[in-house]
Write a protein that binds this ligand. Structure first.
Ligand SMILES: CC(C)(COP(=O)(O)OP(=O)(O)OC[C@H]1O[C@@H](n2cnc3c(N)ncnc32)[C@H](O)[C@@H]1OP(=O)(O)O)[C@@H](O)C(=O)NCCC(=O)NCCS
Length: 331
């Protein structure tokens, strides 16, 4: 039985910056409203011709380089997204092709904002059993091509940004750099409080002019319910990991929460009693990039020296599904 660790991390965001002021020219909203409710000041949206695969490939190449491995050493790709480039096949095979890797398995997973934590749990399990040695885990999203850029969609549209983050998960060789635990959960009883209904193979036909006129091909959300569920489930997932690892709150060097809303993350820290300097947020710059949020935020915390080698890091997420989970690791 092996243990796993994060060997390298990478990220990539589009170069186009979309500010709250830019959005206010397209819908009835304001910089002040968005900052006050969410903390978001700007986000990145792709230009035509740029997709999830392109962002993911750039993030993956940085992660591979920082892991001191070569693309040919990767033996599994896991691609977490709610916005696959195409209906099928999944986007992982396009990244595999872009990286020039052949024959290795490619796995696309669909757990929305918790996708990275689910992916980490899969990568960890495979590395532990020895099935795979170097797993490339990617969270990559392009929301902007599927958002309702009008006042009707403003509650959702202002929240989301495009971007990708990636890690290479490989074998741990000491107890200072390893994944300690992952805990993942789901509850489908409220699946529709945050979803995009159309196009749907469960509908005949998959999309209609009526459904589009009702804007059902855009994401819809009950924001208040999502907020309440998030501030309940995220503290639970952190506590679950702390109990499993026999940790005190003071043992945590850095908490990297999913970046859905700065107010959610502040509330979570307040609820568990974690000081503000023990967490990092960058939703201000990128909005919610769903499966990419955690690796993008972790990448920045490492660059800023807020996460140092050997530090105890907690990752926690909550998202559509509903799904939630946590991971504890020594970086
Ligand atoms: C989306 C969210 C910021 C909305 O904040 P809220 O305080 O719940 O606001 P409400 O939905 O009650 O809307 C309040 C008012 O602002 C309006 N509003 C909504 N979006 C707006 C926007 N972008 N700009 C300006 N006004 C907006 C609403 O229409 C409503 O107007 P009304 O009172 O005239 O009906 C908040 O609910 C939230 O962050 N929820 C969690 C979202 C999330 O994390 N999603 C991802 C999960 S992974």
């Amino acid at each position: 039985m092996y243990r796993s660790r994060i060997l390298g991390i990478g990220m990539s965001v589009p170069s186009r910056v979309v500010t709250n002021h830019d959005l206010a020219t397209k819908m009835e909203t304001s910089h002040e409203w968005i900052v006050e409710r969410t903390g978001i000041e700007e986000r990145r949206w792709v230009e035509p011709g740029e997709g999830g695969c392109e962002l993911a490939t750039k993030a993956a190449l940085e992660a591979i380089e920082r892991a001191h491995v070569a693309p040919k050493d990767i033996d599994l790709i896991i691609y977490a997204t709610l916005s696959p480039d195409f209906n099928f096949p999944g986007t992982a095979v396009f990244v595999q092709r872009a990286l020039g890797i052949k024959d290795i398995p490619c796995l696309d997973i669909r757990q929305q904002c918790t996708g990275f934590i689910y992916g980490l749990s899969i990568a960890d399990a495979y590395v532990r059993t020895g099935s795979f040695k170097n797993v490339l885990l990617i969270g990559s999203e392009v929301h902007s091509t599927g958002l309702d850029i009008s006042t009707a969609g403003r509650d959702v549209t202002v929240l989301f940004g495009d971007g990708a983050g990636a890690v290479v998960v490989g074998r741990a060789t000491d107890d200072q750099h390893l994944i300690l635990s992952t805990h993942i959960h789901a509850d489908g009883s409220e699946a529709e409080i945050l979803w995009t209904e159309y196009p749907a193979s469960a509908r005949h036909p998959r999309i209609t002019a009526e459904a589009m006129a009702e804007r059902k091909h855009f994401p819809t959300m009950n924001g208040k319910k999502v907020f309440i569920r998030a501030v309940t489930r995220m503290p639970q997932a952190i506590m679950e990991g702390m109990v499993a690892n026999n940790l005190q709150l003071s043992d945590i060097d850095m908490l990297i929460p999913h970046q859905a809303n700065l107010r959610i993350n502040q509330k979570v820290c307040e609820m568990i009693g974690l000081p503000a300097d023990k967490t990092h947020n960058n939703i201000q710059k990128y909005g919610n990039t769903t499966a990419a949020s955690i690796p993008i935020c972790m990448h920045e915390a490492i660059a800023l020296g807020k996460i140092k080698p050997g530090n105890l890091v907690c990752l926690v997420a909550f998202g559509a599904g509903l799904t939630w989970g946590s991971a504890f690791l020594r970086y």
